[in-house]
Design a protein around this ligand. Structure first.
Ligand code: UDX
Length: 433
């Protein structure tokens, strides 16, 4: 198949490279010339495990190119829209400027029989509206949400859990075209749900709302555990053995962040209000509040372990990315805590294996170093905020010889309290005694 991908962010870049790997001819388009220049040289503009190798091998086939000129979509039959839908500055709603602009830009280049496929996460009702715009050119529209996780984006794109096609009931060619695009995954038995636009749009936000709720549920239990001396990690293990509940996404800690879960649940609430069903989603407001309260609790714990107030105290921050194996700091709980401590007058020294540069761009006022050893030197307290493998494996004895005071707050419940306490550390965590 000849495919175009509009928008070369996390989603579009990975999608373009993976589609090439599956045997298609792909052109990736973005308005950001600097990004396109990097990609054309085979270099991803962000950190994603496996992507550099995938991009190199895809470029070597000669079937993948990157362009800024929208006319380069001509000749492709399937056009994926993979641009961002961030939260608007002044409300919870999603900003559809980029999706609208992408569709408008592509329409003059479409031919009858082409298929435009929306992948971006949008408020329910968007696909029906855009289908009208696309129809003018004799092309049609499908909505095909993605569920890829950063850190596993390549694997999730090549071998998704499921495929969801939102199509119009009289559009038989849309399903056939999407089947051709995803032939490899379908042959491997990937489940496929063919549905209407509204359901396809809702599947994506419902999945993210469920995941966010699961995380906030266990973090609510962590608050109760803190008030009672219970251990939320053992609680999660014990309830997780119930197959109906499941242990995944029950890791209590600093909560969720990133470019998807926070803005998607807020966008979902905003859309529900417009539809007059805001009561149905009022629980998501609580999910959001529980999540944000964890950050406050972390700041309070930091103050507690340094003796009451953080002003003038040297605090080492291990981890800035919103999750391990990513350099993404969009709505990162870790960076938020670092920034709050800085505002309270703490001498913050932060590190992260990949996210120092992305953090520095947002918060140049904080001090950054490149290793945990440098970060903890002379520290009054150490905060572990993103559970990178190299931090989980730190040696409490060796690290203890570098700090001023052996005090650590484990914001991700990823260290062994027994080992750290044995090495003389004052160990605190979220939701654990
Ligand atoms: C998420 C969805 O998982 C994915 O399906 C969707 O397409 C995009 O949004 P992603 O943002 O990459 O993916 O991250 P995810 O792995 O879901 O983690 C989100 C946040 O939740 C991270 O900040 C992570 O640290 C936090 N989290 C996750 C927890 O706090 N506890 C958990 O048990 C799991």
């Amino acid at each position: 198949m000849k495919i175009s991908v509009i928008g070369c962010g996390y989603l579009g870049t990975v999608h373009a490279a993976c589609m090439t790997e599956l045997g298609h001819d792909v052109v990736g388009i973005d308005v950001d010339a600097a990004k396109i220049e990097l990609l054309a040289a085979g270099r991803p503009p962000f950190f994603e495990p496996g992507l550099p190798e995938m991009l190199t091998s895809a470029m070597a086939t000669g079937r993948l190119s990157f362009r800024t000129d929208i006319a380069a979509v001509e000749g492709a039959q399937v056009h994926f829209i993979a641009v961002g839908t961030p939260q608007l500055g002044d409300s919870f709603a999603a900003d559809l400027t980029f999706v609208d602009a992408a569709v408008e830009a592509i329409v003059p280049h479409l031919r009858p029989g082409d298929l435009v496929v929306g992948k971006s996460t949008v408020p329910v009702g968007t696909a029906a509206r855009l289908a009208e715009v696309v129809r003018e050119s004799g092309a049609s529209l499908a909505w095909n949400p993605e569920f890829l996780r950063e850190g596993f984006a390549v694997k999730d794109t090549l071998a998704p859990d499921r495929l969801v096609y939102g199509i119009e009931s009289d559009d038989s060619s849309a399903e056939a075209l999407l089947d051709a695009v995803y032939a490899t995954a379908l042959a491997a038995g990937t489940p496929k749900v063919v549905t209407d636009f509204a359901t396809a749009e809702l599947v994506k936000v419902a999945a993210n709302a469920f995941l966010a709720t699961k995380i906030s549920f266990i973090n609510a239990m962590a608050e109760v555990a803190e008030a009672t001396g219970a251990d939320v990690t053992q609680l999660a293990d014990a309830i997780g053995y119930d197959a109906r509940i499941g242990r995944r996404f029950l890791n209590a800690g600093l909560g969720f962040g990133g470019g998807c879960l926070p803005k998607d649940i807020r966008g979902f609430m905003a859309r529900a209000e417009e539809l007059g069903v805001d009561q149905a989603l009022s629980f998501l407001r609580e999910v959001d509040s529980i999540n944000l309260r964890r950050r406050e609790r972390m700041v309070d714990l930091a103050a507690e372990v340094v003796g009451g107030a953080v002003a003038g105290k040297r605090i080492a921050i291990l981890g800035l990315a919103f999750k391990p194996d990513s350099d993404d700091v969009r709505d990162s709980p870790a960076l938020d805590v670092a920034q709050r401590l800085g505002e309270l007058g703490a001498l913050v020294v932060a590190t992260d294996p990949e996210a120092v540069e992305t953090s520095r761009r947002r918060h140049p006022e904080l001090a950054y170093v490149s290793s945990p050893e440098e970060a903890v030197r002379g520290a009054d307290a150490v905060l572990l905020l993103t559970e990178w493998k190299q931090y989980r494996e730190l040696d409490p004895g060796a690290l203890g010889s570098l700090v001023a005071h052996r005090a650590i707050v484990d914001g991700r419940n990823c260290l062994d309290p027994v080992a750290w306490r044995k090495a003389g550390w004052h160990y605190r965590a979220l939701g654990r005694p």
